[in-house]
Design a protein around this ligand. Structure first.
Ligand code: ADP
Length: 741
């Protein structure tokens, strides 16, 4: 038996004696002691029993063979478990002092001599040890029970604590969940408000109308009680286009604040968000104080690096706007940027579409008018031809018919020239042939061109020139065209017997050309557009000659190409008009006696030449041939490229007039084939007067380039100059000398 004594276990007493008799006597003596006696006959046996279990007391014989009682006791004391087990030594011999001392040193509780007298002493002593062992065992048990109870209590406390901890964790977890749910809800609200703004902006024609429709959403869901939307005007100035939650009367005061004291102006100037917390704490933002706002944020609205406006939100409840809300509001500023940019583009497209529709309408009008204007001159030409066909027609009638046909064909040619010029100027193909321009010369030429019309209408045309010679740097032909257009208009838009006045004067370093008349005048609404393409005023009923609304466009373009300006003035319908052209003048010297350039006129006979006409259009070929023959020349002709080459090689004429668009072989190829082979001077005749065509003609071997229709006088002049190897005249309209090859 080992371990503490359990309840109900017998208490044991170990009796050690080598003598059987003694053992029995002791057993008898202790029979009434309430304990179990374990009787052993040697120290070794005793030690073995002690290993097996505890004893209340040991009765140990001192003299035993083998291991003595004292030796056994010494070994017993060495073991921790038995160090305090009471030992009563028994001896049959006289107790020596040394034995006694040894026994007590070994912790003997008594040392008795056998036979023990009186026996009760031993019995009582043993009984006492038995009892105290039982008590000690019970105490031990109780201590153990208490320890176990304490242990259980501790475990329960630990469990409780654990449970409490778990509950606490659960509670805080639930709290966290609640907070998360609240944040989710707030985020949803923000998302809802922002998506309402975004979808509102997506479909709104006018972004400024979106915020007022959402003011409830902003206030109820986001706690934003005030909003201000400013939009930038084209000049960059900010204008308040939508607002909500602004107290009565605050708007005027807001507008009166200096711009650097308002969040919106500062956000616009810095082009970055301005976020204000605890606005009531200071006086940095008087605008927020006026609006009663405690926290605000203002975002610039920027698209393609352009400031389109600002959008500001404010609350009266919180001291600061949460970061998530700020992020959401910034997002809405981005939506505003897209919406405002889209609105701007839509407006731009709408206005462009309107412009295009207007241009389309003007083009239709123009085409109708063009057809009319081109057909008109044909009628007198056809009737003139009819008269000429009548053999019995009077000479005077023939002359009139010829004069009318001449006027109308020139007019037609002029309309076509204007059209071609405008399109060439638009595509940048007009090049000025710059040189020294004598002002008196352009005035003289322009006046000469307009005189017949003015004279026909009995209009008085006065010309005033500067008292000194004025020279410009420019293109004589083009500047004459400018002046001629203006004078022609004055003649067209002035009643018969009206007055036209042309003055040329020097104004500072500029030449000022003024063409004024007392004609029909110009309506104020027409004046600002008068130089635009196809723009025409109401045409007078007695209008002598039509136009295409291109004359003034050409005037302005040509003047600007010369670095000058032109403007029109009129006091209104019936009050006459004045056109002023200013051009940089190059020099001014006292007027030299003018060089009376003889005007080209008549059909003076020249040395007869051999001229080839290579042209597939029979009418053109026939008329040119007849005119050349009338002028005294000999003409041979061909109607296609190959026949042309054969003709030139066979006839070797002085000059050949070659159409470029010939069947078979075109004019360029023809020129290449005969070049150098026949000595004939080649003149190109074409419908295109562009720079490229001129260059191609020069490359092919042509020496002059004439654009159809060509005035016969000019054609004759070029032919005769080439044939006699004189230089080509500069500035003859329609004649472009090619670079010599
Ligand atoms: P067009 O004469 O072919 O109509 P223009 O471009 O030369 O075209 O002129 C445009 C318009 O300006 C004319 O239709 C006419 O209404 C007005 N205008 C031009 N010159 C005068 C003028 N001297 N007096 C009154 N109106 C004029």
């Amino acid at each position: 038996m080992s371990g503490p004594l359990a309840e109900g276990d017998p208490v044991r007493v170990l009796v050690v004696d080598d003598d059987e008799k003694n053992l029995r006597a002791l057993a008898a003596l202790l029979a009434r002691v309430p304990a179990e006696l374990v009787l052993v006959r040697s120290g070794e046996e005793a030690l073995r029993q002690l290993l097996l279990g505890d004893f209340a007391v040991i009765l140990l014989d001192v003299q035993m063979p083998g291991m003595s009682g004292l030796e056994t006791a010494a070994l017993i004391r060495e073991r921790e478990r038995t160090r305090r087990t009471p030992i009563i030594f028994l001896t049959a011999f006289t107790r020596t002092e040394a034995t006694l001392l040894g026994a007590y040193r070994l912790g003997a509780v008594d040392f008795l001599t056998k036979p023990v007298q009186p026996e009760e002493v031993l019995r009582e002593k043993v009984a006492w040890f038995v009892e105290s062992h039982r008590v000690a065992a019970r105490l031990e048990q109780e201590r153990e029970r208490a320890r176990l109870a304490e242990l259980r209590e501790h475990e329960r406390a630990v469990l409780d604590a654990k449970r409490r901890g778990e509950q606490e964790a659960l509670r805080s977890e639930m709290q966290r969940h609640r907070e998360l749910a609240a944040r989710l809800h707030a985020a949803n609200e923000r998302l809802h408000a922002i998506s309402s703004i975004a979808s509102g902006l997506l479909f709104a024609d006018d972004p400024a109308r979106v915020l007022p429709q959402l003011s409830d959403v902003l206030a109820a869901r986001l706690g934003l009680h005030v909003y201000l939307l400013h939009q930038a005007a084209p000049d960059g100035a900010l204008a308040l286009t939508a607002h909500g939650g602004v107290p009565e009367g605050a708007l005027e005061k807001l507008a009166a604040l200096p711009p650097d004291r308002t969040v919106c102006a500062v956000a616009a100037a810095r082009r970055e968000a301005v976020v204000v917390e605890d606005a009531a704490a200071g006086d940095a933002w008087p605008d927020l104080a006026l609006l009663g706002i405690s926290a605000a944020a203002c975002f610039p609205i920027v698209a393609s690096e352009r400031l389109l406006g600002t959008v500001a939100f404010g609350t009266r409840e919180a001291k600061r706007l949460e970061p998530d809300l700020l992020a959401a509001l910034e997002l809405s500023a981005g939506h505003f940027a897209s919406a405002l940019e889209r609105a701007r583009l839509v407006a731009e497209l709408t206005s462009r579409a309107a412009d295009l529709a207007e241009a389309d309408r003007r083009k239709d009008e123009f085409l109708a008018m063009l057809a009319h204007e081109l057909r008109n001159p044909l009628a007198p030409v056809l009737s003139g031809l009819e008269i000429l066909r009548w053999e019995n027609a009077a000479d005077a009638a023939r002359k009139r018919a010829l004069a009318a046909a001449d006027r109308q064909v020139r007019h037609l040619a002029r309309l076509v020239d204007d059209l071609v010029d405008v399109s060439r100027i638009r595509t940048g193909k007009v090049e000025l042939r710059r040189g020294e321009v004598e002002v008196s010369r352009i005035v003289e030429d322009a006046v000469a061109a307009v005189e017949p019309l003015a004279r026909a209408q009995e209009q008085e045309l006065t010309v005033e020139l500067p008292d000194r010679r004025v020279v410009l740097d420019g293109d004589t032909v083009r500047l004459t065209q400018v002046l001629e257009n203006l004078l022609n208009n004055s003649a067209k838009y002035t009643d018969p017997r009206g007055h036209i006045r042309l003055t040329a004067s020097l104004d500072g370093g500029e030449l000022l050309l003024r063409v004024s008349d007392d004609g029909i005048g110009i309506a104020p609404d027409l004046l600002p557009r008068i130089f635009d393409t196809f723009v025409q005023g109401k045409q007078p009923a007695n209008r002598a000659r039509g136009g295409l609304g291109l004359g003034l466009t050409l005037v302005r373009s040509l003047v600007e190409l010369h670095g000058g300006t032109v403007r029109a003035e009129s006091d209104g319908p019936g009050k006459g008009s004045t056109f002023e052209v200013r051009l940089p003048a190059r020099a001014a010297e006292p007027a030299a006696p003018s060089d009376p350039t003889p005007r080209r006129n008549g059909h003076a006979r020249a040395r007869p030449l051999n001229v080839a006409v290579i042209e597939d259009n029979t009418d053109i070929r026939d008329t040119v041939r007849e005119l050349l023959e009338l002028a005294g020349h000999r003409v041979c002709e061909a109607s296609d490229g190959n026949a042309g080459v054969a003709l030139l090689l066979a006839e070797r004429p002085d000059v050949a007039l070659v159409d470029i668009g010939l069947p078979g072989l075109d004019g360029y190829e023809l020129a290449r084939q005969v070049r150098g082979a026949c000595g004939t001077r080649l003149i190109a005749l074409t419908g295109y007067g562009g720079h490229v065509e001129r260059e191609r003609a020069a490359e092919a071997g042509f020496e002059a380039h004439l654009v159809k229709p060509v005035e016969f006088e000019e054609l004759k002049d070029v032919i005769e100059r080439l044939a006699t190897r004189r230089p080509l005249a500069q500035g003859i309209e329609g004649v472009q000398p090619c670079q010599s090859t």
